[in-house]
Design a protein around this ligand. Structure first.
Ligand code: COA
Length: 151
């Protein structure tokens, strides 16, 4: 346990800046989301429940789609979803997203998920990849055109 007197300065307690690359994954990309699953997120076998991963993928994709849409989006489709490797409780799970298609009202996002096996000397492996479509919606919850980039 870290005692208060062991912290040399406030600098020591800061998280890496969002600009800091994570080692071993995409050094030039900023992850959209990082999260650690807890025991409550596991299935009856003790691995992390697939529905938890799907939910986080939807959140990560939605963040990116919402930024691009400059407002509210709704998930309209999960086009593909591949669980390549299991996720374990205590892994540091990192989600990278990228917009791969923009339609009239829709935005398609690829999400890649990596797990850092903290209990296994920090090995980082790709665990999931998925593609989801989101629709930009207005206050009336009806589709609206995706605005030009930067608007
Ligand atoms: C999202 C929603 C508003 C779209 O309304 P809609 O009347 O079905 O809209 P449209 O048929 O005009 O389709 C809108 C866009 O979605 C795309 N789309 C529709 N079905 C799709 C599918 N199965 N896969 C990929 N894209 C699809 C259309 O191609 C269109 O894109 P474009 O404008 O870029 O060409 C409506 O379907 C909805 O409210 N769904 C529920 C959303 C939800 O609850 N999500 C979970 C929680 S966020």
């Amino acid at each position: 346990m870290i005692e208060l007197h062991e912290i040399q300065s406030l600098e020591d307690t800061r998280l890496p800046s969002p600009q800091s690359p994570l080692p071993g994954i995409y050094p030039d990309r900023i992850p959209t989301l990082r999260v650690v699953p807890m025991p409550a997120d596991s299935n009856m076998h003790g691995d992390v429940f697939g529905g938890w991963i799907m939910s986080q993928v939807d959140i990560a994709g939605g963040i990116t789609a919402s930024r691009r849409a400059n407002g509210r989006v709704a998930t309209v489709a999960v086009n593909s979803f591949l669980f390549k490797q299991p996720v374990y409780v205590g892994d540091v799970v990192t989600f990278y997203t990228e917009v791969i298609r923009i339609g009239n009202t829709s935005i398609t996002v690829r999400v890649e998920v990596f797990a850092e096996r903290v209990r296994q000397r920090g090995e980082i492996i790709k665990v999931t990849e998925a593609t989801l479509s989101f629709v930009a919606i207005g206050a009336d919850k009806k589709p609206r055109p995706v605005p030009p980039e930067g608007e």
